[in-house]
Write a new protein. Structure first.
Lengths: 315, 292, 441
């Protein structure tokens, strides 16, 4: 096992190093795009813990992203909380929220779980509109530049923002890595493969699934909080079903159950949409086509297929 | 307005909505019941029906004739599209539930965007084939809505007859009960699946045709009926046709009545949460039998 | 503002592609306006030697704003063509770069970034929907990108945005709504029931109109917020109190036609006075089946859709340039109705940008030049009605980056809109709520 372990560390280390170095060569526009893609990939990693490693398909993860987004954004806007505390608060709030949702939703499985999460998420979206007085609903809230200042560093500064996004992404990768290499992670994968058998072995699978959902929600929420603080806007769009579908899309495209799958997926989708939108107005058709083609030809996604064919050691 | 007439109006509105909803949800319930898959693109079939109804009305010019053509031709076209989707996509991965969800989300985008390209972003109205106003002592009401309820009732009866009394229905029920045994008895399960998927889509398309003179044809109109149908199918008990129809009426009518007393946004939130809780605590639905 | 848009019958011409628009502009810039009209020749004409002024147009080509976006684009193209034909801005042609934002705030911010760092535009312009403005403005501020929106939202004037964001071409919703109250109280009645969308745009109407009508001694009897996802409305009508004198409606979204039809079915001929915001029916033919019920009701318009008896020469020229007939529909397709009460903002804003650039001596997107441009814009006081400002006179309050203009109240008669009243600018103005000029540049 020493060989693969080294290769795994080398691969992920070099991906992170590459992302670090890229900031010196990327043109400004792509520099910002990469910043946002790394944040969204963190959201994807959160989603992947649930779908990829635990085998639970949620269609409501936008509610966790939005929980972090709003928890951080609203405390900054109304209580002038500093960004670091707001970020932590966002992540913790999403963790608590995901755990609460899990207590109820995890009593279902399969298709029912998908619909329950979707319904909860839709309810959250409507709640954001309902509490319009506070959230300004669909129009949303702009966070001032002054409020987005960490000591001497301003989140408006592209370099600061890029490196914070990279740090967030690196932490997510590390967390995910530690999780799947741990005993808990192995139980989660076992649940994905055959929950009944895991139960029979005497494991309390509900607790493991709850833990997975809570972690998944926390990472999604951390990404949401970072997004709000870095880009200065909090709005209901981010809680819509579309943002749940995006997470699903990135993970499936990159390869569900692979650590780097979410960033591969998010990166590819971003540029696929970017290029198509120069050719056609109905660029969202790409989203649909990719989803259909994936299910037909690459159900394991890019890295998943690669792992199956060549790189068996890929985590 | 005093409470009595107010409730009467809410009931009338709720009943009309319930009939259309029952038709749409029945399609979804049928597909789920027999094939055990969730079709996320179901709302898009509804939308296609509406858009085609506009196209026929536009081509033909006369509202009544256009409507007649649309109510026959639109479901046939949509059913054909559903057949193609079944053959080219769903069958390929053998109706695996999670893959179906992902693929039909993809189809939702594809259908929406194709309609955006060929039909445009506007909501377009279609004149009702029959246009009269019923004046009650307290308020007026659209005559066409009553007609819609009537047609929908007939179609629901026809569907019931088809399932309960015809050979196709028998085969469908056999497949729903146990597809492997059905296969062993020589039932072409493949073809039954294709037929069920097409019929489900056609029911949604007919609902779309019926609704278009009341609302408008718009490329994003599919999401609302999809969510409502989900709610209905779940409350009714996943896959139970009888449950779905009862639930459509409960949801349709209570939506009308609840909005008399509560803020509509709040009632939508409560309904959504209620559904989630039903799924969690009573997975067989409120009206269905024990799920198999 | 936030709205989903809407109905229209029949097909519309596809949008001019960015490349085609650029080629067309290049041609005009080449000083060959006549040839520019002949599309076949366009692509072979050399672009003028003068370095162009690059304007990024953030367009709602897809998403819920598409019906509005299409007309914003047509108006913008028409104005750019005219400006370039007349020698451009400070002798330099405008190069218009269009990017679709999908009517999405996240994509909106990305588009602003793309304009700034990839296309290196001098100015970004043209956003309509409030949530896209809110999502994009922070990026514009960070990038120090002059950002001219045509949204009619109160977000600019409220102080929520930043020093780089302006709305000089269209009156904001607070002023529009407040200026309606005196006339309504005097002519229609003082007991009002309001029907409005249950989100930010509707809340602006609720708050500003309630305050304004109370000032006139009137009162709002009942508020009926309608959720964004609603598609049927009849069940709400019984909640309208029977002693309502005026029904005030502002509805947006693809459901508006249904809303009006169901209101007609509900009331028949026995209805209160009805006053609506034309937002309900922008891009919709007033003569559509089912809308007969609106006959005799009143609408706010920012700019009369139907050419009036005393039509100004400026309005004639404006209609001809954009390609709109006297009923406010496309010259090519009478069923393709314009968003007439909003799109003029694009036209006027472009002329204001021209004036600001010329007045400030702006040359290139450097910090110093941008500072000059921002300060020159803030120093403006207003504009006179004319070909460059066909909608009418406007005053501009530099502190809040917002303009104020006349508004119109029109009566529906025989499937057309006839102006019944024109407000004074002062009817809508209010005390500044912020002072952007004090913010750092």
């Amino acid at each position: 096992m020493r060989g693969p372990q080294h290769r795994v560390l080398a691969l992920h280390g070099s991906v992170l190093a590459l992302l670090f170095l890229l900031q010196f060569v990327l043109p400004a526009y792509h520099h910002t795009n990469f910043t946002s893609i790394m944040v969204l990939a963190t959201y994807g990693i959160g989603y992947n813990i649930l779908i990829g490693y635990t085998g639970l398909l949620s269609l409501g993860h936008a509610m966790f992203f939005a929980a972090g987004l709003y928890a951080a954004g609203l405390t900054v806007h109304y209580f002038n909380l500093d960004p670091v505390s707001a970020f932590l608060f966002g992540a913790v709030a999403a963790l608590a929220f995901a755990a609460a949702v899990g207590l109820v939703a995890l009593r279902t499985t399969g298709v029912s779980f998908m619909i329950v999460t979707m319904m909860f998420s839709q309810a959250c979206f409507l709640l954001i509109l309902y509490f319009n007085e506070v959230t300004r609903g669909d129009e949303g809230i702009v966070l001032t530049e002054a409020a987005r200042q960490i000591g001497d560093f301003s989140l408006v500064n592209p370099a600061v923002r890029y490196n914070l996004a990279l740090a967030l992404f690196a932490i997510a990768v590390a967390l995910c890595f530690i999780l799947i290499r741990s005993r808990v992670g192995r139980v989660l994968v076992a649940i994905r493969e055959n929950e009944e058998r895991v139960k029979m072995l005497g494991y309390h699978t509900f607790r493991y699934k709850l833990l997975a959902l809570a972690l998944s929600g926390m990472l999604s929420g951390a990404a949401g909080a970072a997004y709000a603080l870095m880009f200065g806007y909090v709005g209901a769009t981010f809680a819509s079903i579309e943002y749940s579908i995006y997470a699903l899309l990135w993970v499936l495209l990159g390869g569900s159950g692979t650590i780097l799958g979410p960033i591969v997926g998010a990166l590819l989708m971003f540029y696929l949409v970017e290029w198509t939108s120069e050719v056609t107005e109905s660029y969202r058709i790409v989203v649909g086509a990719v989803l259909v083609l994936l299910t037909l030809f690459f159900p394991k996604g890019i890295l998943g297929t690669l792992r199956e064919k060549r790189l068996r050691w890929l985590p | 307005m005093s409470l009595g007439p107010h409730l009467l109006l809410a009931l009338m509105e709720g009943t009309v909505a319930a009939f259309v909803l029952a038709l749409t949800a029945l399609g979804l319930a049928l597909v789920f019941g027999v094939m055990r898959i969730v079709n996320v693109a179901h709302g898009e079939f509804f939308m296609l029906g509406a858009v085609l109804a506009w196209a026929f009305a536009h081509l033909i010019g006369s509202p009544a004739l256009g409507f007649l053509v649309a109510i026959i031709a639109s479901p046939i076209i949509v059913g054909g599209a559903a057949l193609a989707i079944d053959r080219m996509i769903l069958r390929r991965f053998n109706y695996q539930p999670e893959a179906t969800i992902v693929a039909t989300i993809g189809l939702l985008y594809i259908i929406q965007q194709l309609v955006l390209v060929f039909y445009g972003p506007d909501a377009r109205s279609v004149e009702a084939p029959i246009n009269f106003r019923i004046q009650l002592p307290w308020f007026g009401y659209s005559g066409y809505k009553v007609v819609v309820a009537g047609i929908a009732a007939l179609l629901l009866l026809a569907t019931w007859y088809g399932i309960a009394r015809t050979k196709l229905g028998l085969v469908m029920r056999a497949t729903q009960f146990d597809s492997e045994t059905a296969q062993a008895f020589g039932i072409p399960v493949d073809r039954v699946y294709a037929a069920v998927f097409a019929i489900g889509a056609m029911l949604a398309a007919i609902a779309g045709v019926l609704i278009v003179p009341i609302k408008q044809a718009y490329y994003l109109m599919g999401l609302d009926p999809l969510l409502l149908s989900f709610i209905v199918v779940i409350i009714g008990g996943l896959g139970s046709l009888r449950g779905a129809i009862i639930a459509a009426f409960v949801i349709g009518i209570s939506d009308g009545v609840i909005s008399v007393f509560f803020s509509p946004n709040l009632s939508k939130i409560l309904a959504t949460l209620l559904v989630a809780l039903v799924l969690v605590f009573r997975p067989e639905g409120l009206f269905g039998g024990k799920a198999r | 503002m936030t709205r989903s848009k809407t109905p229209k019958s029949s097909s519309s011409k596809s949008l001019i592609t960015r490349r085609a628009a650029l080629q067309g502009l290049g041609a005009v810039a080449g000083g060959s306006a006549a040839l520019g009209l002949a599309p076949g020749f366009v692509r072979y004409i050399q672009v003028s030697a003068a370095e162009p002024i690059k304007i990024g147009f953030q367009a709602h080509r897809t998403g819920i704003g598409a019906a509005y976006g299409r007309w914003y684009e047509r108006t913008t193209n028409a104005a750019v063509k005219l400006i370039n034909g007349a020698g451009g801005i400070a002798g330099r042609p405008i190069e218009l770069i269009v990017e679709d934002d999908g009517t999405d705030p996240k994509r909106g911010a990305e588009v602003v970034e793309k304009f700034a760092s990839q296309h290196k535009v001098d100015i970004t312009f043209g956003t309509l929907f409030s949530h896209v403005v809110m999502g994009s403005a922070p990026r514009a501020g960070e990038l120090k990108m002059p950002y001219f929106v045509v949204s009619e939202g109160h977000h600019v004037a409220s102080g929520a945005l930043n020093r780089y964001t302006f709305q000089p071409g269209i009156t904001d919703v607070k002023a529009q709504v407040s200026s309606m109250a005196p006339w309504i109280a005097k002519n229609l009645g003082k007991k009002v029931t309001m029907i409005f969308p249950d989100y930010a745009f509707g809340y602006d109407h609720r708050d500003f109109f309630s305050a304004a009508i109370e000032k006139q001694g009137g009162q709002v009897l009942q508020l009926l917020p309608i959720p964004a996802t609603e598609t049927s409305y009849t069940k709400y009508f019984p909640q309208i109190p029977s002693d309502t004198e005026v029904l005030y409606h502002v509805m947006v979204g693809p459901g508006v036609l249904t809303f009006v039809k169901e209101m007609g079915e509900f009331y028949g001929s026995n209805r209160p006075q009805i006053f609506g915001f034309i937002d309900s029916l922008e891009a919709v033919d007033i003569a559509s089946p089912g809308l007969e019920f609106l006959d005799g009701t009143y609408f706010w318009e920012a700019y009369p859709r139907y050419a009036q008896a005393k039509q100004s020469d400026a309005d004639k020229a404006y209609r001809a340039a954009v390609g709109v007939d006297n009923s406010g529909a496309s010259l090519e397709d009478p069923k393709d109705v314009a968003t007439y009460s909003h799109m003029f903002g694009c036209w006027e804003t472009l002329y204001i940008i021209k004036e600001a650039i010329e007045a400030s001596g702006y040359q290139s997107p450097t910090a110093a030049d941008k500072k000059k441009l921002i300060e020159a814009t803030e120093a403006m006081k207003g504009w006179k009605e004319g070909n460059e400002h066909p909608q009418g006179d406007k005053t501009f309050v530099g502190q809040i980056h917002q303009c104020f203009g006349h508004q119109f109240i029109s009566k529906v008669a025989g499937g057309k809109l006839e102006v019944a009243h024109k407000t004074e600018i002062a009817d809508g103005t209010y005390e500044p709520e912020t002072d952007y000029t004090k913010m750092a540049l």
